[in-house]
Design a protein around this ligand. Structure first.
Ligand SMILES: [Zn+2]
Length: 274
């Protein structure tokens, strides 16, 4: 009898925890979002993140709230001797949080740490060949998103991207788009969407444009999205996100269906920001 009561009590506590945890998390985040935004961080936004000034006021304040939560919840780690400061952290948080303005209520739930290297970093890759062979090679990388809990970035590349907004390349947008894609456990170019119809539209238009881009690149045609997008559907979504925020007018004119899907997904229309 006592054992049954103990088991029932434990089960009751667990059920309470499951229901209460999201409420407690939202309450805590709400408190963080409502804290005054540090003036130093605002200075960094204006200095580094030029489109911040072009954002409508309501988006500016929503973004600032998200940056505060992101800064409180994610761990930043400087690698290869890079000393982290607010300049680096706030800049990364701001661009990452641009992708969260659609208010899905999540802050990259799987992501725990952001590793920042001063420049490109070397990675050893291993590839199997034949029955027993393993070929090892080293390659330089500027960023990557690991589905479990990690994003890796090069600060040198970030600084380059900040000075070349509108060239369609942005390592932070790229890697955090991968995080959104990986949220459901599969990196397939399809993030979590809100309606069944959205999945159908996504499958229809993304598949069509992905195939078209492969053909255009093969034929040597000039394309709005850069050719790395043809690697696989996951890269297509990551590059499409970069293009959406950096070359919105060009994308809207030439890749209207993809632009509209992303506009619906991110709940933003960057054509008015430039
Ligand atoms: Zn990628």
């Amino acid at each position: 009898m006592i054992q049954t009561l103990i088991l029932l009590s434990i089960a009751f506590c667990l059920i309470c925890l499951v229901f209460l945890l999201p409420i407690i998390t939202e309450f805590r985040r709400d408190r963080i979002r409502n804290k005054p935004f540090p003036p130093r961080w605002k200075f960094i936004l204006r200095k580094n993140f030029l489109i911040y000034k072009s954002l409508p006021k309501n988006l500016q304040s929503r973004l600032k709230g998200h940056i505060q939560v992101f800064m409180a919840e994610k761990q930043f780690i400087g690698c290869d001797g890079l000393e982290l400061n607010d300049d680096i952290k706030v800049t990364i948080a701001a661009i990452a949080c641009l992708l969260l303005l659609n208010e899905r209520g999540e802050y990259y739930p799987k992501l725990r740490s952001i590793l920042v290297y001063p420049t490109a970093y070397m990675v050893t890759t291993r590839q199997a060949f034949g029955d027993y062979g393993i070929a090892e090679s080293k390659e330089a990388r500027l960023g990557e998103s690991r589905s479990r809990d990690l994003v890796i970035l090069s600060w040198e590349q970030i600084k380059y991207d900040l000075n070349h907004w509108q060239d369609g390349h942005n390592v932070i947008l790229h890697e955090f788009a991968h995080q959104l894609d990986q949220e459901d456990g599969i990196a397939n170019g399809v993030p979590i969407l809100s309606k069944k119809q959205d999945y159908l539209n996504w499958a229809k238009f993304f598949t069509r444009e992905y195939k078209q881009l492969i053909a255009d690149v093969k034929n040597g045609q000039k394309t709005v999205m850069y050719s790395y997008a043809t690697t696989n559907p996951a890269e297509f979504f990551a590059v499409a996100t970069e293009t959406f925020f950096e070359k919105p007018q060009e994308m809207e004119q030439n890749l209207t269906n993809i632009y509209n899907l992303l506009k619906n997904y991110y709940k933003l229309d960057p054509t008015g920001w430039f």
